[in-house]
Design a protein around this ligand. Structure first.
Ligand code: FES
Length: 208
């Protein structure tokens, strides 16, 4: 057998083994994937629902219910978790339940945004649609939400549309209404909060 033929044969055998291993590995992974535990839901991880009040997520007042008077006019926004007023459970067990509450002048809000607002107050997901960082900063000059990870800017007056940076879509809105002196949830998020599966994250993710 010539040297060339021998080399070619080894290459074919090697490639065949490679493919075989790939299929074998996949077939081994399939049952493992099906055994992966399903995401548990609990009262703390349930999504916001109509009638939920809001509580401060961080700071000295963490856990305290939020009234409209607690929100500074024109920002900065306040990070909050929904709370079931019947059970008293704060829904802080799910990252995507973290929201931004912001009080603006009602006349500043776009027509579409007004549908989701109450008393000039808007509520959006606080989880960046780029890589999932917390949109925890406020650009006081532009009056926009700022994601510290890659400088994503969102305009709260225009449905949190992306003004700058890499986020691929706006922050979903959480419709609210007024119940006495408090903002309460009036419906589900206008689109799924957080990073959508299929979003090209270039292998990265944020935990900020
Ligand atoms: S994670 Fe927010 S801009 Fe990248």
């Amino acid at each position: 057998m010539s040297k060339k033929t021998d080399t070619t044969r080894r290459a074919i055998v090697g490639a065949t083994i490679g493919v075989g291993l790939g299929i074998g590995t996949l077939s081994l992974l399939a049952p493992v994937a099906s055994l992966r535990p399903k995401k548990e839901t609990s009262p703390e991880t349930e999504p916001p629902k109509e009638g939920d009040v809001f509580t401060f997520a961080i700071g000295d007042n963490a856990g305290k219910e939020i009234t409209f008077d607690d929100l500074p006019l024109e920002g900065p926004a306040v990070l909050a978790y929904p709370k079931d007023p019947k059970t008293g459970v704060i829904k802080s067990g799910e990252k995507n339940n973290l929201v931004l509450l912001l009080k603006l002048k009602p006349e500043e809000l776009g027509e579409e945004v007004k549908k989701y607002a109450a008393a000039g107050t808007v509520c959006y997901s606080a989880i960046c649609t780029h890589l999932g960082c917390t949109v925890g900063e406020w650009d006081a000059a532009k009056k926009d939400f700022l994601c510290p990870c890659h400088k994503g800017l969102f305009d709260p007056r225009k449905g949190a549309e992306v003004i700058a940076g890499p986020p691929p879509r706006p922050l979903p809105a959480l419709p609210i209404s007024a119940a006495g002196d408090k903002p309460v949830v009036a419906g589900g998020f206008t689109s799924p909060p957080g990073v959508l599966s299929g979003t090209d994250t270039h292998g990265g993710s944020c935990t900020v």
